[in-house]
Design a protein around this ligand. Structure first.
Ligand SMILES: [Zn+2]
Length: 118
């Protein structure tokens, strides 16, 4: 699992053309109450939801990493450049996101007061 995740992260970093400094990213797997993932821009660490990770496809993991890495590139807000680059990599991004949220709801024992998303 670890190796697979690191491969997906490295491929995503390459596809986003992040420079070496920005590409020095760590991954931590931890439980979340409501989120699928988050990134700490100061620690350069992506946190991914331990409860849901085993059920995600490679494409979904890649989508999550791409989303978090774009925060590293563009800052904390989902500005137009952020959304456009994500759409370029994932023309079906809405569908992927819906499937991720379904898994989050299913495997993370949520109440119906729901989600922070990613
Ligand atoms: Zn985001």
């Amino acid at each position: 699992m670890r190796d697979k995740i690191n491969d997906i992260l490295n491929n995503t970093i390459r596809e986003l053309n992040l420079n070496d400094k920005k590409a020095d990213i760590k991954i931590k797997i931890k439980p979340f109450k409501r989120k699928i993932a988050s990134i700490s821009l100061t620690n350069k660490t992506i946190y991914i939801n331990k409860n849901v990770l085993p059920y995600l496809t490679d494409e979904e993991i890649k989508f999550i990493f791409a989303h978090e890495l774009l925060h590293l590139k563009y800052g904390k807000y989902h500005i137009n450049e952020f959304e456009n680059e994500l759409l370029f990599l994932f023309p079906n991004k809405e569908e992927i996101l819906i499937n991720i949220i379904k898994k989050l709801l299913k495997y993370n024992n949520l109440n119906n007061n729901a989600r922070e998303g990613i």
